[in-house]
Design a protein around this ligand. Sequence first.
Ligand code: NAD
Ligand code: UDP
Length: 312
Amino acid sequence: MKILVTGGAGFIGSHLCRRLLSEGNELYCLDNFETGRWENIEDLRQCGRFHVIEHDVIEPISLDVEQIYNLACPASPPHYQRDPIHTAKTCFLGALNMLELAAKNGGRILQSSTSEIYGEPLVHPQPESYRGNVNPIGIRSCYDEGKRIAETLFFDHYRTLGTNIRVVRIFNTYGPAMDPEDGRVVSNFIRQAVSGQDITIYGDGSQTRCFCYIDDMVEALVRMMNNEKGFTGPVNLGNPVEITVKELAEQVIRKTGSSSRVIYCDLPADDPTRRRPDISLARQMLSWEPRVPLQEGLDKTVAYFQEIRGRF
Ligand code: NAD
Ligand code: UDP
């Protein structure tokens, strides 16, 4: 199959490209390299079925492909807040351009939405039916509201034009190939622990998150794209095991044997207090649930950071 992965040089995108290539597909990796890295796709470029297109999804593009995974968008709060207007454009215009491409090709398109569309959740854990509690004017809004309007576009395309859509709501995902400098909690804590820097807990560390290992996420994305039940989603994808940020810091320190100090910093505005996916729908419709426990996933991620230690 000819498959387009937008954001293919990013963390999730590069793992997805590797998986799809290994299945014999012709892969088009479209990226503007805003947060993506050439090193993530270095090995893939040896393969004749892998093509890199340097392009920004906010501009239309013509390409003959059967499936599109629309992943292009910075995922880390410091990154998506760096140029919030561009992030909003990426979410809206990127989704629209890719939907139009899918409709023109008569192909299938999967949107990587996010747990952030639930905002500061008043329902816990979050099922897909929960409509969220999002601040429309805060510093996270370019991303949260951007991803919400992208979901709207997807479902309006589906209803009015019959475009073949799939929508997944991804919860925190981690693993090798995360950018050590991307500012997210797992990459920050491991980079800090491995290099002996202070470990920065924002707030008092009592906020919770759930962490899904990358291999589990890639499996879910491929299952969702290829489900033949006409199941559009939205569907939550994530690991339902919930821990506090403070517990995560303790686990990383234990695993790395680090002598780093823990320091407490200001909690960023609108930082959600808790977050946990209800994955009943994914279990039922995709026969999917995460297989890799946090301990095992953290071991693999720590090993990756130790390997690239000289680069940060
Ligand atoms: P990432 O920042 O590593 O990758 C995003 C990729 O998209 C990068 O390669 C970047 O250069 C590219 N990109 C950004 N804007 C672009 C644009 N306008 N045009 C072309 N390319 C562009 O992030 P990730 O963690 O791999 O996330 C991938 C997708 O999954 C994103 O859409 C994100 O919103 C979603 N998601 C990720 C998580 C997570 O925990 N990693 C959670 C929820 C949702
Ligand atoms: N966080 C932290 N220290 C860091 C980076 C993040 O305590 O160095 C916290 C952040 O405030 C949030 C949680 O960890 O409460 C998860 O942050 P991340 O950026 O990974 O993702 P989010 O789920 O907020 O999008």
